[in-house]
Design a protein around this ligand. Structure first.
Ligand code: CDP
Length: 235
């Protein structure tokens, strides 16, 4: 392992630009980028397609044994594969978005995902975004960022994303409801609730452009990498 490579954890509420930032940081630093939310979304898609009830612990355990998730670069974009099939589009649908947070409350699901995420980041040199990355998955991450933005701005950004995909039949109200419901479930669940790690740096990006946000986070990363290279940071 290159000793100066660090682990970057990016956590925060729904649609507040976590993946945009984590992806850009990974690209700038030559690190691996992992979208942990895509993994919970892939499990959710499987549960929906196979009619797995989250109340049925045996069915959940059995289903988890039959699920493999990996990421591949497709035309320069990071795509999610579920059991060898590209599900990048399907996991972003409202059908999955409306069911993913209840699925993510299930401890057996979290255990399986966290194990996979820790394997992916075992060598360092990774930027991962999610809800529990700095608090559970990589507690010793050298850089932890916690992003926030107003619900209005997050709704606006998610609508723009949908429009970019040619989907225009989803209302702002529906998007806002999905984001706020997920925030509530994610931050009140018993297992690994969404919360800011004590040592995380909070960034409210409501008024920041993606470039401004990246410049700030990149500088933080470079400072830590430099300290690590000179032996000033040890983990
Ligand atoms: O991109 P967006 O903010 O809409 O959400 P996401 O990162 O795709 O995550 C979807 C859902 O997965 C979240 O609302 C959480 O319920 C769950 N999740 C989680 O529980 N833990 C993570 N590390 C990542 C996502």
């Amino acid at each position: 392992m290159e000793t100066s490579k660090i682990t970057i954890a990016v956590d925060g509420f729904a649609a507040c630009g976590k993946s945009t930032l984590a992806k850009a940081l990974a690209k700038e630093l030559g690190y691996v980028y992992v979208d942990s939310g895509a993994m919970y979304r892939a499990v959710t898609l499987y549960f929906l397609d196979h009619h797995i009830s989250i109340e049925d612990a045996d069915a959940v355990e059995e289903a988890l044994k039959n699920i493999t998730i990996h990421f591949e670069n497709v035309n320069g974009q990071n795509h999610t594969f579920l059991n060898g099939k590209n599900v990048e589009e399907a996991i972003r649908s409202m059908r999955v978005s409306n069911f993913v947070s209840p699925v993510a409350t299930v401890s057996a699901v979290r255990r399986a995902m966290v194990e996979l995420q820790q394997e992916m980041g075992a060598k360092g040199g990774i930027a991962m975004d999610g809800r529990d990355i700095g608090t559970v998955v990589f507690k010793a991450a050298e850089l932890k960022l916690f992003l926030t933005a107003s619900i209005e701005e997050r709704t606006r950004r998610r609508l723009v994303e949908w429009e970019g995909k040619g989907i225009t039949d989803i209302s702002a109200k529906e998007v806002e409801k999905n984001l706020s419901t997920r925030d509530l479930i994610d931050s009140t669940r018993a297992d690994s609730p969404l919360c800011q790690a004590e040592d995380a740096i909070e960034i409210d990006n409501s008024l920041l452009t993606p470039t401004e946000q990246l410049e700030f986070a990149l500088q933080l990363s470079k400072d830590i990498i430099e300290k690590k290279a000179t032996g000033l940071v040890t983990n």
